[in-house]
Design a protein around this ligand. Structure first.
Ligand code: GLY
Length: 390
């Protein structure tokens, strides 16, 4: 996040980039009003806003659900924009509500759960308590790395009796481990992140740079199966998975400066952006093979945020990445995706798809769509104004 801003300021010139109708001030004013309703309707700090149930009522989850960090993280983004103490207080409350997960060794999702709230909180406040919590959490996450396999295990098992499933989403945990490596001086965390990313690059991707969702490994790192869980088919391109990979390899380049990751991120971006099944508004269907079905606004938001960072690394397609990201954010800011004030159970965005094959969270708001939308808006504002926002 911090590094992102520095890179942006030093590299981008904006004369050749398209002017946008995006009004970040208006978007953050709306987000604050909408989330005021979310805060009022969520007095219980063990009930984290997640989505909407089929009957229209709010879907809340506990702190051990992979999404528990996104609400606190979103509150930090609002505070980053408006600097108001009430938002800081709300962010602090919902951040600390996740603390206990620092001991959780049963999931790979600690990057989302801890780094989104505590990482943003630490960046903005330098509260040493947040740092300690994250360093403990990073150690918990690292217990899931088996050096013989060379990957962080995502889930404890997967249908078919597989015992070492790794999902593309796992690339999103590495930013947290890179941070922890720097802060603690523990080079192991850096090394295992690089090994995980290299094996994912080797095994998870197809020749067209689309990715599988789940790879099932044997005890010596042998690949037993290439499957999907949330995508339409084992061989299809699940949209959010493509966005996670793009974001993950963009971070890999930022953190290592190894050009092979930059080239890889660009190839993933080109698969996504040049895909004939990507709609004109650049918000994908939930799976690239499912034209005409539900969209996934969360994939659009993640992709927009990642592309903005990727655009800062220059190259012949930098302008395309930037302009595409802006188009995505513009689309999300229209009434086609953005809720009316007080509606949508107080989430900002509508029309995400969590797990269609599991018949769960289809065409609904999702807390992480809001989080990456706000992040994308901040990145855009930082690039547009050439200012560090904090
Ligand atoms: N990490 C789970 C998902 O993207 O739905």
């Amino acid at each position: 996040m911090k590094n992102f801003l520095i890179v942006c300021l030093s590299i981008l010139t904006f004369s050749s980039f398209s002017q946008s109708k995006l009004n970040v001030k208006k978007e953050f004013e709306f987000a604050a009003k909408q989330y005021q309703g979310m805060l009022s309707s969520h007095p219980d700090l063990t009930q984290f806003p997640q989505s909407t149930l089929p009957d229209g009522s709010p879907r809340n989850m506990k702190s051990d659900w992979w999404c528990s960090g996104f609400f606190g993280g979103s509150l930090w983004y609002i505070y980053q924009y408006n600097h108001l103490p009430t938002w800081k207080a709300a962010a602090e409350k919902w951040t600390m509500a996740v603390e206990n997960e620092k001991y959780n060794t049963r999931t790979h999702d600690l990057g989302f759960m801890l780094y989104c709230p505590f990482g943003n909180g630490y960046r903005l406040t330098k509260n040493p308590v947040y740092k300690d919590i994250m360093l403990t959490g990073a150690k918990s996450l690292a217990t899931r790395f088996d050096p013989k396999i060379g990957l962080i295990k995502s889930w404890e098992s997967f249908v078919g009796g597989y015992k070492y499933p790794v999902i593309i989403d796992n690339m999103m945990n590495l930013e947290f481990l890179f941070w922890a490596a720097k802060e603690s001086g523990n080079k192991e965390l850096y090394n295992l992140s690089v090994i995980h990313a290299d094996n994912t690059m080797k095994n998870h991707y197809r020749p067209d740079f689309s990715s599988y969702h789940v790879l099932c490994y044997g005890p010596n790192g042998e690949i037993l199966a290439k499957k999907t869980h949330q995508g339409a088919a084992d061989e299809s391109a699940w949209s959010r998975g493509q966005a996670w990979g793009l974001y993950g390899y963009t971070v890999m380049y930022r953190e290592t400066k190894d050009k092979k990751y930059l080239d890889f991120a660009r190839n993933i971006a080109n698969f996504y952006l040049n895909n004939p099944n990507l709609p004109a508004d650049k918000i994908p269907y939930w799976d690239f093979s499912k034209v005409g079905e539900e969209r996934d606004a969360s994939a659009g938001a993640i992709c927009a945020s990642a592309l903005l960072e990727l655009s800062t690394f220059g190259g012949k397609d930098a302008k395309t990445y930037y302009n595409s990201a802006v188009k995505m954010l513009e689309s999300l800011s229209t009434p086609a995706y953005k809720a009316e004030l007080g509606k949508n159970n107080h989430f900002i965005l509508m029309h995400s798809t969590g797990h269609k094959p599991g018949n769960s969270e289809i065409n609904v708001p999702l807390i992480y769509a809001d989080y990456y939308y706000l992040e994308g808006l901040l990145r855009y504002e930082s690039l547009r104004t050439k200012k560090k926002l904090f």
